[in-house]
Design a binder for this molecule. Sequence first.
Ligand code: UGA
Length: 436
Amino acid sequence: MRISVIGCGYLGAVHAAAMASIGHEVVGVDIDERKIAELAAGRAPFFEPDLQQILEDGIGSGRLSFTTDIAAVRGAAVHFIGVGTPQQEGGYAADLTYVDAAVDALIPHLRPGDIVAGKSTVPVGTAARLADGIERAGATLVWNPEFLREGWAVQDTIDPDRLVAGVPAGASGEHAAEVLREVYHTAVAKKTPFIVTDYATAELVKVAANAFLATKISFINAMAEIAEVTGADVTQLADAIGHDVRIGRRFLGAGIGFGGGCLPKDIRAFSARAEELGRGESVSFLREVDAINMRRRDRAVELVVAALGGSVFGRRVAVLGAAFKPHSDDVRDSPALDVAVRLKGLGCDVVVTDPAAVPNAARIHPQLTYADDLDDALRGADAVIVVTEWDEYRRHLTPEHAASLVAGRIVVDGRNCLDAAAWRESGWSYHGMGRP
Ligand code: UGA
């Protein structure tokens, strides 16, 4: 099938390459010339496992191309919209400028019978608003939210847990759902659940899923706060409640909390949209979810300050991690980087390292000192804080090796990812989040 993908960021670039990898002929379009030049040359513009390979394969096969020329979408049967919906400047609502611009740019190139598939995360009601202009061009809009996780984006796109298609009522909607089934033929063949809904439900599925995940993380972080004043261990607590299959252990990782380009802005946009709909109170708990999450960053800083005797001024601290999570070079709303910035603000001599995210971190926070090499970051440090649970820190870094480099054996485990007993046995003063 001929497919176009408008917007070639984390979502669109992966989607374009993944669709080519399952046999479609795909053109990716973006207004960012630098990004398009990289993609067209077969180079992934960001770190995402497997993306480089499927990009190279797609371009090599002749089925995948990238351009800044929107007219190149002509002739495609399905047009995916994968542009960003960031948080508005000075507000909580989503900024729909890019979605609106993408649809406006696309409409003149649509042919009757085309399908436009919205993948961006949007406030409920957006698809119904956009559908009119698309229908006037004889095309049909389907809302097809994306659930990919950074770091697993290629796998999640090709082999998702479920597919959701929000369609208009009637024959055009049924046809659009059929076309999407053909697009995702490999997942459909594996009997992946394919849920056909109306627009509002499809839009809500996406924000509800992210709101649930954020709530789950903040729930366990709230338990960490209680554990901290009672001497309980939140990790054991999570293990114990996680054995209940109704609860489940995943996303019960207490620590410095969630960040990234999705969960924080999506729960805020959801609150803002619910307010507009006169149902703000229905999701007022999301404000608490956000507040708990932000408090964990304060707590991590407090732990470092306390461990260093009440002040970090002039003390050297190695910050292990900058990405908002491992297997990613994304530093958007990264709790890891925020902790580094807060420590620096207290006069701390911070050295930040990360296996993938140092260039991105340095771009937005040039005031911090960075080390590409873990040993360089550790050398002479008075304390170490782990803020992104990369395998490099969690598995490969031994307390003995770290001890041979640092000036002081103090470690704050902002992700509860280290073997506390092993670090203590090596003479370290170990401080976890919500752990005695
Ligand atoms: C999230 C969702 O998981 C995806 O399903 C969704 O498609 C995506 O947002 C999106 O809307 O595009 P992502 O932002 O890539 O994906 O990252 P997650 O794996 O969800 O992690 C989010 C944050 O939560 C990270 O900072 C991570 O460190 C933190 N986290 C996760 C915890 O603090 N504890 C946990 O137990 C799990």
